[in-house]
Design a protein around this ligand. Sequence first.
Ligand code: ADE
Ligand code: ZN
Length: 347
Amino acid sequence: MSDDLRSFVQGLPKAELHLHLEGTLEPELMFQLAGRNGIALPYANVASARAAYDFTDLQSFLDLYYAGCSVLVTEQDFYDLTWAYLLRAAEENIRHVEPFFDPQTHTERGIHFGTVVAGIVRALDDGQKHFGISYRLIMSFLRDMSPASAGQTLEHAKRYGRHIAGVGLDSAELGHPPEDFEEVFAAARGAGYHIVAHAGEEGPPSYITGALDILGAERIDHGVRCLEDELLTARLAMDRVPLTVCPLSNVRLRVVPDMAHHPLKTMMDSGLLVTVNSDDPAYFGGYLVENYVAAAEALGLTRGDIVALAIASFEASFLEEGPRQERIGEVQRHAAAYGFEGTASTL
Ligand code: ADE
Ligand code: ZN
């Protein structure tokens, strides 16, 4: 049963819209890059690195995640990181990705913005060429750094024109509300970037409202705490605001007590446009297929639910209408081959 489910999910064309490239850094690659760059790691080996991934909340995870980033130095390092993810994505039949990267994590260490972007974009272009995986790259501001630093990062990004499609907001949420970043997001909107923001992961529903009304977010990353506010939930459903939900992440960071209590199905039943994503798969124990399978098993999702989630992943993407409909057609053909009718969740 579970093998059937896994192969159904694996074969299903999917988009991934909430994925931090730095969060795909597997300990094996971390050690390889540390060796290449002569950087000492606080772990004796790969096994002890994995054993150290014992977080209790978002901040304790972020401390390890930022420490791991110290091995990323050269353009080739960022290429290798991104390429390793794309190999997984191709295996999992991910057809479109909108990954995040955190420029400030690297520029703070003296790495040039251009080095980071060049490595990532070269890999994404190769992924498009070799596997047909389309992409829109999103840079995220760290909300626990200053708005002025975000502003400088935006100025850097403007020099890289078409390579960066969107701007997001991530890192420690509590105590760092969206309104702190009103000005820089207004500038990003003015410069034509798509806008997304992490909100309602650990933070309250008011951060989701702030992300929408103050930052102009087109999509909310996580957003699971919206269910605490009925009016907000109704608004998100009515306006078809996509929520990029990350089930394994929410369990590992104790946003929810366990997968059986994850609100994904309740969110779907509330008419929300939800998608499933992996967030930081090297740290949370599973890539995209594993997130679908774990949620489906614990919450009793039907094949129809799973198909609706895959369709939603393209609906919620920043693809233009033509390619978006082509991808949705691919999902529907896969579903039909298994005897399911895939219907767009807007119907
Ligand atoms: N950066 C990487 N993963 C994150 C998450 N789950 N929440 C906020 N910032 C992040
Ligand atoms: Zn995230």
